[in-house]
Design a protein around this ligand. Structure first.
Ligand SMILES: Nc1ncnc2c1ncn2[C@@H]1O[C@H](COP(=O)(O)OP(=O)(O)OP(=O)(O)O)[C@@H](O)[C@H]1O
Length: 339
């Protein structure tokens, strides 16, 4: 077992990890809701891996399963099938006492509704201190001040939530969620009730938490500006992770630093990928496609059987009127390569 302490000098103590793997690890996660005899499969074999200290945005259409996933990762809900670990903790085998401990120490949570995150009759400082009172932490006073300063709400310590703006409330809520040094911070639409400027500050506060404390952040959001604040955006479609955008800062030959974003399609353990809906529509792909393996990538071709074309593989295999669908070069040549 590895133990790593991730924190920058002069900042509040970071998280302590006693595991060597990713902070979030989900494999073939399934969640089926049954209400009045009707089954809804909210998660349909979802796979997700997030490394320690990463900041990841989870996006997707309404009903795609984002909140269901956060509910499971926060320990509020149990999956129907599959496997999930957070900071080394197996979410499927936790007993009641372990679940309480998990919610207190391993994960922190921020909800969309500002009023749901903080107790209205306590000041900002008292709200941040409360989780530490419950867990008998002795360095409360210093840690409250450090966290509020880190999230740029140090001047609000003695104010109650009703005396704070929405953005300030959410930053105090982040400080409260971080009080017991959780390895992972989960947030469900934390900027949903905020204007652009306040949203910007809240997303930046989460990035600061990751940078300065080593906290891993997973944030569900519809906020279009989120891409400026996260390295990785994961899209959920129909209860599965479908695509990802990774951003990297690179310095060009002209010496200017730029952010380069690249979109990837997620491949699961069985080698399945979901083609982008737009490609499927544009090229009229349906029922079946033909896959050809090249040295470094695979190609996906429309089914040409109905068009009187020569058999697959020949030089003339492509229909002159149909553009070839080339799968992203990130798709490995075989499922084996994906493992
Ligand atoms: N408690 C529940 N009982 C029955 N069905 C549910 C329950 N919670 C969620 N669902 C269903 O599961 C699916 C996924 O819902 P979920 O709330 O996870 O989606 P979401 O991506 O978070 O959506 P939104 O962006 O609108 O919040 C939806 O079809 C939803 O109706």
């Amino acid at each position: 077992m590895n133990t790593t302490t991730d924190h920058a000098p002069g900042t509040p103590a970071g998280v302590v990890r006693e595991h060597g793997g990713p902070d979030i690890w989900c494999e073939d996660l399934v969640r089926i809701y049954s209400t009045e005899g009707v089954e809804v499969q909210a998660l349909q074999g979802l796979n997700l891996v997030v490394d320690p200290g990463d900041v990841v945005a989870l996006v997707g259409a309404s009903g795609s399963g984002k909140s269901t996933l956060l509910g499971i990762l926060s320990g509020l809900d149990r999956p129907t099938g599959g496997r999930a670990r957070v900071a080394g903790v197996d979410l499927l085998t936790m007993n009641r006492a372990q679940r309480v401990d998990y919610q207190r120490h391993v994960v922190g949570f921020v909800w969309q509704q500002t009023s749901r995150n903080l107790l209205p009759f306590l000041t900002a400082a008292e709200n941040v201190a409360l989780p530490m009172v419950i867990s008998n932490r002795t360095d409360r006073r210093t840690r409250v001040a450090e966290l509020l300063d880190l999230l740029d709400v140090g001047g609000c310590a003695d104010r109650r939530p009703s005396q704070l703006s929405g953005g300030q409330q959410q930053r105090v809520a982040i400080a409260t969620a971080l009080a017991n040094s959780p390895a992972v911070l989960l947030a469900d639409e934390p900027t949903g009730e905020l204007d652009d400027a306040a949203s910007e500050q809240v997303l930046e506060a989460m990035r600061t938490a990751a940078q300065e404390l080593g906290t891993t952040v997973l944030v569900v959001t519809h906020d279009p500006t989120v891409s400026d604040h996260v390295r990785r955006t994961v899209q959920i479609r129909d209860g599965r992770t479908s695509t990802e955008v990774l951003r990297q800062r690179v310095v060009g030959a002209d010496g200017v630093e730029r952010v380069v974003a690249r979109e990837y399609t997620v491949i699961d353990r069985a080698g399945r990928i979901q083609l982008p809906r737009q490609h499927v529509q544009d090229l009229g792909l349906r029922d079946r496609v033909r896959i050809e393996k090249e040295t470094t990538h695979v190609q996906v071709w429309p089914d040409d059987q109905d068009h009187g074309l020569p058999p697959a593989g020949g030089d003339d295999a492509a229909s002159p009127t149909s553009a070839p669908t080339t799968s992203p070069t990130t798709a490995p040549a075989s499922p084996e390569d994906a493992r």
